[in-house]
Unconditional design. Structure first.
Length: 286
């Protein structure tokens, strides 16, 4: 699932491509992915492209907003100046889950914006696009907790988010109502750098561990941004290039391999139904 660095990378690319342009047509190929009336956004101009947690927010004139959640396998592919007449468009880079042409078999929604097209692909039909008013958007965003890179992600607020629960620290990091934007990859990587066992109860971390974890969360998220996110079989950028942070993982997806620091064998366990990777030498259970 795209996490904060992946969605932020998408946001930055799309902002350059679609800001101040008009939506002239919306084709909904799967109503489950766009349940509202698409005609309500036709003719509206894009005035901002923002992100909150793992949500992409496209702000429009007349107090309307498109919010997009990519879930497990969502993609947003931008094609500027596509050929007229419905001609198929060859991607710059071909990967199996997209197919050779757009629209692909997984395309659920197509937005014509200016002279280009934005394709929303979703293999598993978990992702969605919703149309919200400003009031509805504010209410939706209130569900999310403190977020790295924002002022409210200070030492005091982060410590408070961990204080009142004995759930495993890894599980708490994934709780979007407490800390927004972190997913499985960046939780694993930040806990490894902090030398904290992922099953450790959150409220048992001492002040030094809490402060170190906060710093390492910011560090791994910045690395993710630097490398354009982590591309697995689904995630690609709007221009169809791929992120490369997966080439710099320390523990995620590396069960059975040697830790680069202590040479212990990296293990995989399940916490909250999610695959969790850690080094038993560096991240000792207390």
């Amino acid at each position: 699932m795209p996490e904060l660095p992946e969605v932020e990378t998408i946001r930055r690319q799309l902002k350059k491509a679609i800001l101040n342009k008009k939506i002239t047509k919306v084709e909904v190929l799967s109503k489950k992915q766009f349940p509202q009336n698409p005609k309500l956004v036709v003719g509206k101009i894009i005035i901002a492209v923002e992100r909150r947690a793992k949500l992409l927010i496209i702000k429009l004139t007349h107090q309307k907003n498109l919010i997009i959640h990519l879930k497990l396998s969502g993609q947003l592919i931008w094609q500027s100046n596509p050929p007229a007449g419905g001609q198929k468009i060859k991607l710059k880079r071909v990967i199996p889950t997209v197919g050779e042409f757009l629209p692909s078999k997984s395309t659920r929604v197509i937005l014509t914006i200016g002279r280009g097209k934005l394709f929303f692909n979703e293999m598993r039909k978990f992702g969605w696009i919703k149309l919200l008013t400003n009031v509805q958007l504010d209410k939706e965003l209130q569900k999310y907790g403190i977020e790295p890179f924002r002022k409210d992600f200070d030492q005091k607020s982060f410590a408070k988010a961990l204080t009142n629960t004995r759930r495993p620290i890894k599980t708490v990091l994934l709780d979007q109502e407490k800390i927004a934007g972190i997913g499985n990859i960046y939780a694993n990587e930040s806990l490894y750098l902090s030398k904290i066992h992922p099953a450790m109860p959150a409220n048992t971390l001492n002040a030094k561990q809490v402060n170190g974890l906060r710093e390492n969360i910011i560090k791994v998220l910045k690395l993710g941004l630097k490398y354009g996110g982590a591309s697995d079989e689904y995630y690609i950028h709007p221009d169809t290039t791929r992120g490369t942070y997966q080439n710099h993982f320390s523990v995620y997806g590396k069960s059975g391999e040697s830790c680069r620091k202590c040479r212990s064998i990296i293990k995989r366990i399940s916490l909250g139904g999610r695959g969790t990777y850690f080094c038993p030498g560096c991240q000792k259970a207390e």
